[in-house]
Write a protein of this length. Structure first.
Length: 368
């Protein structure tokens, strides 16, 4: 999984530490593409890569679903004006064929496609033997294996210029984000796949232009490798995703305000940082010892319940534990959300251990 080329080795002059991808959600007209390019020049904000959607997988029919192949012809305007690589989304083999025909430099696979292994495999098969970089957005649902699997399917057919795009995950109950960031997912992907670069897409995460700066900064703080920001010369009148697009001047202002940090992995950590990490390692060991001790007691509780014919789940006790521990955690400056998620995980594991032991006891009695 680790024999892939990073963006600096794609042969496209992408040498910046953090990759910046910008351009409209959708290619609309040749005049629009030219105006976006001209405004980028005026604002002195030339991205590393220019993005434009040609085919748009919309949630419901009747919305603008992309201009189609004609839009690929307009990408020559970008080459003439900005002289930078071009990327667009592909959702099937026919899209791949047209994109290659028009010399698109980089392809990306969207979230609605990543969620379908059959569609990803169709794209991978169409790219077999082709030397082109491909970026893969996370699936709509927070499924790390599905995301990694899409990258692996591409690598299996010989695509070794790979990157991932983090655009957030669908969550009907989250009102702050259009797509909940779930920052642990891109971090886990980078941990599992050494050297995998993850580009953050704050436009799709927040769903409005006001939150792009904050989300972009968090992405950089978490060690992600770049940003894909939807940029339009007249966002309010864009044909798709108008609320989340910014003007080239707004893009310039956003990038100027971001504190782009250097990945610690590329540096020798300071003595103070190493001491703090050592302290965290020691505390983690203590946490694991305490958890092991807690589960040992849980096993004893489970044995007592079996001997006295008690149910595994005790609703009143669980309510008391949840309320008291959550309050204690909040009093210690831990968030209520974190405390509840932590307690649910511990409780779920406790129930599983007790149920497993109960099944083993029943099996032993039957065999006697």
């Amino acid at each position: 999984m680790e024999n892939h080329l990073q963006t600096k080795d794609w042969g496209l002059g992408l040498n910046n530490e953090h990759l910046i991808i910008a351009g409209p959600c959708s290619a609309e007209t040749p005049e629009q593409i030219e105006k976006v390019c001209q405004d980028m020049i005026t604002a002195n904000v030339i991205p590393d890569v220019f993005r434009a959607g040609i085919w748009k997988p919309r949630t419901r029919p009747g919305s603008f679903e992309g201009i189609g192949e004609d839009g690929l012809k307009w990408m020559e305007i970008v080459r003439e004006k900005l002289n930078i690589p071009i990327t667009t989304e592909v959702g099937n083999a026919a899209h791949v064929e047209m994109a290659l025909k028009h010399d698109v430099d980089i392809l990306w696979i969207g979230a609605r496609t990543t969620v379908n292994p059959f569609a990803v495999q169709e794209i991978a098969d169409a790219l077999k033997g082709v030397d082109i970089p491909v970026m893969v957005k996370n699936p709509m649902n927070p499924d790390l294996e599905l995301w990694r699997g899409a990258l692996e399917r591409l690598q299996a057919v010989g695509i070794n210029k790979l990157a991932a795009i983090h655009r957030g995950f669908s969550d009907a109950y989250d009102k702050k984000f259009r797509n909940k960031p779930n920052w642990s997912m891109p971090i886990h992907l980078k941990r599992l796949w050494k050297g995998m670069q993850v580009i953050n897409d704050p436009s799709h995460i927040v769903g409005n232009r006001k939150g792009i700066l904050e989300t972009s900064q968090r992405a950089i703080n978490f060690g992600l490798d770049g940003l894909m920001i939807e940029t339009h010369h007249d966002p309010d009148n864009a044909w798709s995703d108008a609320k989340q697009q910014v003007t080239p001047q707004q893009l310039r202002d956003i990038l100027d305000k971001i504190d782009f940090k250097h990945p610690v992995e590329n540096e020798h950590p300071s003595e103070k940082l190493q001491d703090l990490r050592n302290a965290v390692d020691h505390l983690d060991d203590q946490l694991l010892d305490l958890l092991a001790e807690r589960f040992a007691i849980i096993d004893q509780i489970g044995a007592h319940k079996r001997e006295n014919n008690l149910t595994v789940f005790q609703a009143d006790r669980w309510k008391q534990v949840m309320e008291s521990r959550t309050k204690n955690g909040v009093d210690k400056n831990l968030s209520e959300k974190f405390m509840k998620e932590l307690l649910y995980c511990i409780h779920e594991e406790s129930v599983k251990r007790q149920e497993k032991k109960l099944r083993e006891d029943i099996s032993e009695k039957k065999s006697v």
